[in-house]
Ligand binder design. Structure first.
Ligand SMILES: Nc1ncnc2c1ncn2[C@@H]1O[C@H](COP(=O)(O)OP(=O)(O)OP(=O)(O)O)[C@@H](O)[C@H]1O
Length: 796
């Protein structure tokens, strides 16, 4: 078998025993008795061997390819890159193997018969097709033998084949989990299928395999996978819910690095085929992935349904006046009072405003007033308790942190939207149109983070008559996923809306709020670099940024800021002013390594007790979500008392809830002294250090800068290049292609007449400089412009 050129050693040996076997991956630690090896310096008869292994059998002989490594605690080990089952080299050996008792119903005689008929290649022939045993052994015995062989060797073969195609054992293991013994056939015969069905094989990877196995350039499967992958990549990279025809054709041509005329013809055919098989939708010239089309349509349908219904509580203006409860001694202004009244009267209501304009104050007022009205009405109901339950307040937000803040200010339970809907991982939500959520008033905060898919699930689960208040700041970054929901709802004009504009925040933090308002206008204020009591700036050259940030953090620590109070924000992970580099720097300042301190390394990160960490994925089962921050309270090695994972692990405290992270789960965590602005959405910090340099290029835009600085509650320090801050303040966030606003108004016209200018080049006759022309024409909406080498993972 041809493996990629790597300098690997080989050990052939008998597996003595499996020392450790991970429960949710194929990672194992084996003790191997060496029979032959290419290692020159190893004289011991045994070797501890680690890696990803299938259902390996103790007593069987394997060939392990890999390298010697030194484990910090356990010393020299052989780290396996790939391995193979060394089948017995002669007929006698093979008969012994088949009759060894591993295969039920096969004794020496049957084994002889099999080897007699099928020869030395018997095992491979049976694995290829069990029918080959017809007439040699009983059907039942043949089936069992094939199944056991497949279990023992199917995954091994898959590992080997995947390795040949440059696919790691992790992905191969997941392929086996999803497709079982079919995985090998799919990979070697129809790799493009995986682009549609399997999360982890990109078009490029599938295409690598496809080209190696000889799939033709214009093979239907290849072209369709390219179109589909392009549609998904562009949607998720740029936030578009749909693409224009030309964009789809052009971007697909870019995906396959081939822009010849005949390619475009083939791409068009592939688009047609995908529409016929309901994978893509052509909605009057808007090209959608089916799931995004459904989400957008479903959101519009449900919003219209809700707008037409009435709450059975039937609140009058009088009710509101009589029961109006303003929290504290505050005097609300007229717009704020209007917001409370309109909010409680409307079926669906939008409340928007920048920081410090009173959104939270209005939520508190609405909730308190609603509660009083409900309590008064409950006195006249037959079942008081039931009545209160029927009209209870539900509150949710896209992030855990924002939900927590809602609970703190209102005293009501708030949760993430995922939890509200009972969404566990990739499963369908527990609450949906058939099983709606209960309550009378639903308040959704931080609505700028809502993408179209989550919004669709949310509104499906809202029953007729439940009032919905959607609160957010539409100048913040749009959602990471496709859609521009809050902005679309606001501009539709179909939903009652109040925008709060007067800033009430006084004292510390107030000049930050003013700065935010200024940036909204698209420029930096004249006093941008003049230090204020709550904000200051250090404008330096890009290469000086790490040092400048270090100085600022040192100073902040001296002034008494803790790691919880201080947050460094930057647009992405890479560069010396990016998240990864700044995290390492800040970790050394806040939590320097002490001698003999326990550490746990994952990738390039070395976690220590006391580190501030960030959850990177939603884990609804453990109620911890993407963007949640915690602190490492312990590092436990696998033999430590009380470590029931029997694997090295971290213990992390998330606001009083302790969770463990065995090594295999560490990909869910990163250090959190510095994070991307995207990850900080929904969070607030006493002191924010916002870092921008020109190296962040296309990431620099107004919404990013605005969102970053408005995370600061009482102090803001701006570090970086003035030109980068200026560029960010001037650059509007690129337009997203969405159609929710028009769907709400039933304005579902032909797409082309709305958006595409007449002199847009026609893709069927591409000119040599077609790409350039198209980019310039549609620069506002082009999905790929400037995004070369940037993936959503650069800022998620
Ligand atoms: N009408 C008012 N009179 C006096 N103070 C007010 C008024 N409205 C709000 N405030 C105060 O202004 C500050 C900001 O209000 P609030 O927190 O409600 O705004 P917000 O829009 O939720 O801000 P953020 O989005 O930054 O959290 C609070 O201290 C609040 O008490």
């Amino acid at each position: 078998m041809a493996y990629p050129e790597k300098q690997l050693d080989k050990i052939t040996g008998t597996l003595q025993n499996v020392i450790f076997s991970s429960t949710d991956s194929y990672f194992k630690i084996l003790s191997v008795h060496i029979e032959e090896s290419t290692l020159e310096d190893w004289q011991e008869p045994e070797m501890i061997t680690t890696g990803t292994f299938a259902d390996v059998q103790e007593g069987s002989v394997y060939g392990f390819y890999g390298t010697m490594v030194r484990h910090p605690k356990y010393g020299q080990q052989f780290k396996v890159d790939h391995y193979e089952n060394e089948l017995p080299p002669d007929e006698n050996g093979l008969i012994k193997y088949l009759a060894s008792g591993q295969f039920s119903g096969i004794g020496k005689k049957t084994a002889e018969k099999i080897v007699d008929h099928l020869g030395l290649n018997a095992v491979n022939l049976i694995l290829d097709d069990a029918k080959i045993l017809d007439g040699i052994v009983k059907t039942e015995t043949a089936k069992k033998l094939a199944r056991t062989l497949q279990l023992n060797m199917g995954l091994e073969r898959l590992f080997q084949i995947s390795n040949q195609f440059g696919i790691g054992a992790d992905i191969a293991g997941r392929l086996f989990d999803q497709y079982g013994n079919e995985a090998q056939d799919i990979l070697t015969q129809d790799p493009y299928r995986l682009v549609f069905e399997f999360d982890g094989i990109s078009f490029k990877k599938a295409d690598d395999v496809g080209r190696k196995i000889g799939v033709a350039t214009f093979d239907k499967r290849r072209m369709q996978a390219a179109v589909y992958a392009t549609m998904m990549n562009v949607s998720f990279q740029s936030g578009h819910v749909f693409l224009s025809y030309d964009q789809l054709l052009l971007s697909t041509a870019q995906t396959i690095h081939d822009q010849r005329n005949e390619v475009v013809v083939q791409i068009k055919q592939a688009v047609k085929n995908l529409i016929q098989s309901n994978i893509l939708v052509d909605d009057n010239g808007r090209f959608y992935a089916q799931s995004l089309y459904n989400a957008e349509k479903n959101t519009a349908t449900n919003l219209k349904r809700l707008l037409q219904t009435h709450s059975s509580l039937d609140i009058t203006a009088n009710d509101i006046d009589e029961n109006f409860v303003t929290p504290g001694q505050m005097v609300l202004d007229d717009t704020q009072i209007d917001a409370v009244k309109a909010g409680l009267k409307s079926q669906i209501f939008l409340l928007t405003g920048g920081p410090g304009t009173g959104k939270t104050t209005i939520i508190r007022t609405m909730v308190a007033t609603w509660k009083k009205i409900v309590q008064n009405r409950a006195k006249f109901s037959d079942d008081n308790k039931d009545f209160l339950k029927q009209y209870k307040v539900r509150m949710a937000s896209p992030t855990g942190r924002a939900a927590k803040r809602m609970t703190e200010v209102t005293g009501y339970d708030a949760s993430t939207i995922h939890r509200l809907l009972g969404i566990a991982d990739l499963d369908e939500p527990e609450f949906n149109a058939d099983n709606p959520i209960a309550g009378g008033l639903l308040i959704i905060d931080e609505a700028s983070m809502l993408d179209i898919e989550l919004t669709s699930k949310l509104f499906s689960a809202v029953p007729n008559g439940m009032k919905v208040i959607i609160v957010g700041d539409s100048d913040q970054l749009p959602s990471v996923g496709p859609g521009n929901v809050l902005e679309d709802l606001v501009t539709s004009g179909d939903i009652p809306h109040v925008e709060l504009q007067v800033i009430y925040r006084q004292g510390r933090g107030s000049s930050i709020t003013k700065l935010a308002t200024h940036i909204k206008q698209g420029e930096l204020p004249a006093d941008f670099i003049t230090n204020q009591s709550d904000r200051s700036s250090f404008m330096v050259k890009a290469e000086q940024v790490p040092q400048a940030v270090q100085q600022v953090v040192r100073l902040a620590i001296k002034k008494g800021y803790t790691q919880d109070d201080l947050q460094i924000l930057t647009p992405m992970y890479k560069t010396s002013a990016g998240v990864t580099a700044l995290n390492q720097m800040a970790q050394n300042l806040f939590n320097p390594l002490k001698p003999t301190q326990k550490t746990l390394q994952f990738g390039t990160t070395i976690f220590r007790r006391g580190d501030k960490v960030l959850q990177l994925e939603n884990d609804s089962e453990r109620d911890v979500y993407n963007g949640d921050m915690g602190k490492i309270t312990a590092i436990q090695y696998k033999h430590d008392v009380g470590n029931d994972d029997k694997e090295d692990r971290l213990v992390v405290d998330f606001d009083g809830k302790e969770l463990t992270y065995p090594k295999k789960n560490l990909k869910q965590l990163s250090l959190a002294y510095a994070t991307t602005v995207h990850k900080a959405q929904g969070n607030e910090f006493q002191l924010v250090i916002m870092v921008l340099t020109n190296n962040f290029g296309v990431m620099l835009n107004r919404n990013l800068l605005y969102t970053g600085i408005t995370r600061a509650k009482s102090a803001l320090i701006l570090v970086g290049e003035y030109a980068a801050f200026e560029r960010a303040s001037r650059a509007a966030v690129p337009k997203r292609f969405t159609f929710l606003q028009q769907r709400l108004s039933d304005n579902t016209n032909d797409f082309k007449s709305d958006f595409i200018s007449e002199d847009m080049p026609v893709i069927s006759e591409p000119s040599t400089n077609y790409l350039t022309v198209a980019m310039i024409k549609s620069d506002e909406v082009d999905p790929m412009i400037g995004m070369k080498n940037i993936t959503p993972f650069d800022f998620m």
